[in-house]
Design a protein. Sequence first.
Length: 81
Amino acid sequence: MEQNQPENRSAVDKEFQKSLEQLQDILQDSSKKEEETPKPISGSANDTEKAEKEMKIDLAAWEEAVADIEQYFEEKKKPLS
């Protein structure tokens, strides 16, 4: 069992790093979209729906990232023995 722990930690660490990279990509994409997209003077119902949909997608990405981070810290808390 002890031999598997470093492997498990390594796998969890890799997964965590991958999640952080994905989160960074999402945040960079979001900031680029904000810079590229001109702000409408008056919002229509379609614009509002689109914004809500994008917000839900971002929320899902954040929730996934938070879950990965929590899992990472839980694994890190486990004793080595």
